[in-house]
Ligand binder design. Sequence first.
Ligand code: URA
Length: 240
Amino acid sequence: MARLDRLLANLGYGGRRDVQALIAGGKVTLDGVALKNSAQKIAVTADLPQHLKIRGVPVDPPAPLVLMMNKPLGVVCSHREDGERIYDLLPRRWQARDPALSSVGRLDKDTSGLILITDDGDFLHRVISPKRHVPKVYRAVLDRPLNGTEGATFAEGALMLEGEEKPLLPAELEVLGEREARLTITEGRYHQVRRMFAAVGNHVTALHRERIGGVALPDDLAPGEHRILSAAQAEEVFDV
Ligand code: URA
């Protein structure tokens, strides 16, 4: 249970005063009935938006929230970096949510595709935990033709990236064309895919993430768009 004014403030609808004014103005309804008491306790369930409305519009989904985004090129995942951020592509109000939304790992500015965003720290850590080996699938376009030996090199589990002390775990390469491949990795080292191809004398010119575990980027999710996942859909990350 949460106090109505705190719940709405934590969903980003304004400071305590702002949301108290909304409530006092009869703009907030629960199952069609205006709530006038800011201190009223509300049961916070995943179906809250079906019941709680502001000016007739369903409230945003409460925490824990997991969403997927098709990250466009040129956008950064960090909260702090300069430039357009993935968070700028979400409803503005969501930047004021508490708990805050964070990306589950990161994609480079120059990488597109599937990124998960959540306010659920437990879920985030389970996905990125090195112990879980959640597979991440990338499609890479290369500068030079593949020479045919890369698959075996990546599968061996002995490849050492420059400046690192531990070899990479085995990764799976599927050749899609002379200069195009799908690569599945189960770690998340810095710039890992680009550095793997650099280690075999090639260069990635375009990189796109298609899948994280059992969650694939849907064909109909355009760059910059996001979709909220149900708890069951989010857990499909671990179905591999
Ligand atoms: N590997 C990379 O090189 N970049 C990414 O964004 C993700 C994996």
